[in-house]
Design a protein around this ligand. Structure first.
Ligand SMILES: [Ca+2]
Ligand SMILES: [Ca+2]
Length: 311
């Protein structure tokens, strides 16, 4: 009995030590979770989305330990701040839940003075202030926020330096790629790649164009669900607001970047088509920034750096 208990404890420790996540998050052993403070204020919807794209959720003070860590972080950056929590009623007004589904009634955090008041009947998102008090606020205002990820030793960091299993390393370019089958507009696609630690793919050689073409071929039209063009996808170039001149999202001309092979008839330079894409053929086109399309992300295997949970 004793030895099996020892074994169990050892196993627990091993599992505990094994946990890892990106180093822009900090591990709290008390809360058994990873936290990241985002100081640039965002509206609630963008805050939720960014945390989600990073593999985390918008933090809510679900437990005293999580609340303590959130207050720690706030007091370190600026105690005057009020931050968005993940507690919201954006689906059905007045029905408040955390992102993970914990009802507000289970959250034992006091309200700030005169709150909640649902002022003008437009307040459906909950903030936390430096004193550890809640308030309801319009979701459209902007606040800093904290992303949260509970510790889990189930996930493994891949050779791409991420817990995201959809990134695959290609030896020809020594870069990792992910094809997003859920369509987004150019701006949201940019955000998704960025939050994953990468960027919209930039083609630097004929070989890299071939790599993307081959990945694309693994996703026939039938695998791309929804009503959108299946024969083209966003990659990382656009006109930066200057007509006829296309540059990568890292500021180079396509020629400087190493690949500028447009499909015959492209770019069409239709006024609204100012964002860059790739056809299944591997050739380039210009397309509508605001119309959702599938897209390619690219990331370096070593970024962002992955850290282990330290007890
Ligand atoms: Ca209020
Ligand atoms: Ca590249």
């Amino acid at each position: 009995m004793k030895s099996s208990l020892k074994y169990f404890v050892l196993l627990l420790c091993l599992k505990f030590i094994e946990g890892s996540f990106r180093c822009d998050y900090e591990y709290s052993s008390k809360a058994q979770a990873w936290f990241k403070s985002v100081v640039v204020p965002a509206n609630w919807f963008d805050a939720r989305l960014r945390c989600s794209q990073e593999g985390a959720v918008l933090a809510s003070p679900k437990t005293p330990e999580i609340l303590a860590e959130m207050r720690n972080i706030m007091n370190r950056s600026n105690p005057e701040y009020e931050i968005f929590t993940g507690i919201h009623a954006t689906v059905s007004q007045g029905d408040y839940y955390t992102i993970e589904g914990t009802p507000l009634s289970n959250i034992l955090v006091p309200w700030s003075k005169n709150e909640p008041d649902n002022k003008d009947n437009v307040e459906s998102c909950i903030t936390l202030n430096g004193n550890g008090e809640l308030a309801d606020r319009p979701c459209e205002v902007t606040r800093p926020y904290i992303c949260y990820r509970p510790e889990s030793s189930q996930v493994e960091v891949s050779e791409c330096g991420t817990i995201d299993p959809d990134y695959h390393l290609d030896k020809r370019t020594n870069k990792c790629y992910k094809f997003h089958t859920e369509p987004r507009n150019f701006s949201r696609a940019f955000l998704a790649c960025s939050a994953e630690g990468g960027h919209l793919a930039i083609i630097n050689s004929d070989a890299e164009a071939t790599v993307l073409k081959e990945i694309y071929a693994k996703y026939p039209d039938a695998k791309l669900l929804g009503n959108f063009r299946k024969d083209l996808a966003f990659i990382g170039f656009h006109d930066w607001g200057e007509r006829w001149v296309y540059r990568t999202i890292h500021g180079e001309t396509l020629k400087e970047a190493g690949y500028n092979k447009f499909s015959p008839g492209e770019p069409t330079n239709i006024p609204e088509q100012t964002c860059g894409g790739i056809y299944r053929t591997g050739l380039l086109l210009d397309l509508w920034c605001d119309r959702p399309a599938a897209f390619f992300c690219e990331k370096s295997p070593g970024y962002p750096v992955v850290c282990r949970a330290s007890p």
